[in-house]
Design a protein around this ligand. Structure first.
Ligand code: NAD
Length: 260
């Protein structure tokens, strides 16, 4: 149902972003992927997306800490794929440390990548969506856009920021056929979660098993990690015309975490 549409997914060389890209391509969208990683592995993913969609697929290496590179990525999508009709802001990083030891450069990087990149991408994309009177903006927020955990000040601040920004944006574009929503996953098994286990072990003096069961899954009533594919399935629904009345929402996919 996305034939003829184009989509940018930031941070889509891995984890949830890659699942979004695959889901969009499976519906025929031309997809622009973005993120860091091994050049050959990225090229393999890009080629697979093109094969699956029957449309073009491009990779853009824009660094989400660089506003000019983000604007150039959106312009390139417009020139080479049309649109963008769909923008999924998903690039994100995490750092776990008590606030009095929190590295200042990590604070700046998390705010830039997890929050400000969303502003820059949307700012550049909205004129193209307004021109077509159709658009879908989906921001990967987090359960941490609704509740907090200790030692994650930057991440929690950035994700609450994404949720607030999405609401304001939704109001601005509401009469232009454009929707803007957040998806807020609980713990999804991706490299981002796997990589924070050693720091959480250190910060809280726990074993790997204790971190997985007593810290991560403790928050999730289902006691199961969410899958990237489950998150992507919701994003796909938000792209349907059936979903045009869903805007300004923060949709949880968190195994019940934020109900508690
Ligand atoms: P991941 O580490 O698997 O993927 C992150 C992606 O962002 C990668 O493609 C990486 O290359 C890219 N990236 C990082 N820094 C970048 C930069 N400066 N410029 C461009 N790309 C950059 O992580 P994930 O778990 O798939 O996370 C994706 C999003 O989902 C993030 O915004 C994260 O905060 C959010 N999220 C994840 C979970 C979870 O449990 N995994 C839960 C809630 C929200």
């Amino acid at each position: 149902f996305l034939k003829g549409k184009s989509a940018i997914v930031t941070g889509s060389t891995s984890g949830i972003g890659l699942a979004y890209a695959k889901a969009l391509a499976a519906e025929g969208a031309a997809v622009m992927i973005n993120g860091f990683g091994d050049t050959d592995a990225i090229e393999t993913e890009r080629a697979e997306l093109a094969a699956v969609s029957g449309a073009k697929a491009l990779y853009d290496p824009a660094d989400m800490t660089k506003p000019d590179q983000i604007a150039a990525m959106v312009a390139r999508c417009h020139d080479e794929l049309g649109g963008p009709d769909i923008v999924i802001n998903n690039a994100g990083i995490q750092h776990v440390a008590p606030i009095d030891e929190f590295p200042i450069d990590k604070w700046d990087a998390i705010i830039a990548i997890n929050l400000s990149s969303t502003f820059h991408a949307v700012r550049a994309a909205v004129p193209h969506m307004k021109a077509k009177k159709w658009g879908r903006i989906i921001n990967t927020a987090s359960a941490h856009s609704l509740v907090a955990s200790p030692n994650k000040t930057a991440y929690v601040a950035a994700k609450h920021g994404v949720a607030g920004m999405t609401k304001a944006l939704a109001l601005e574009v509401a009469t232009h056929g454009i929707t803007a929503n957040c998806i807020s996953p609980g713990y999804v098994w991706t490299p981002l979660v796997e990589n924070q286990i050693p720091d959480t072990m250190k910060a809280r003096g726990l074993t790997r098993e204790q971190v997985m069961n007593d810290v991560l899954l403790a928050a999730q009533p289902t006691k199961e990690f969410v899958t990237p594919e489950q998150v992507a399935a919701l994003a796909l629904f938000l792209c349907r015309d059936d979903a045009k009345a869903i805007t300004g929402a923060n949709l949880s996919v968190d195994g019940g975490w934020t109900a508690a």
